[in-house]
Design a protein. Sequence first.
Length: 100
Amino acid sequence: MLNDHRSTVAMPRPWIVVTTAALATLAALSFLLLRPAPGDAAAAKGPVVSTASSSLGRILVNSRGHTLYLFEKDKHGKSACVGKCASFWPPAYSGGSGLV
């Protein structure tokens, strides 16, 4: 009886190959479909809100760099700060029908 000394190479199971191919395809499609195309950035409408560093940490500021505060009495898109309050702390409107 002769011994068969051929080298054996482990072949990947078919379901592993199919699963890997499916995941690679899904990743490629996600990259192509979910990334914004150049020039598709929407133009900013209304006020620009960004962050700034302060001694308290990161804070919200408007386009002039003024700190934005939450006035908890503002409800349903309407400012409760009127008169002198509004002259010292003007509300930041979203450009739509409500406050920022």
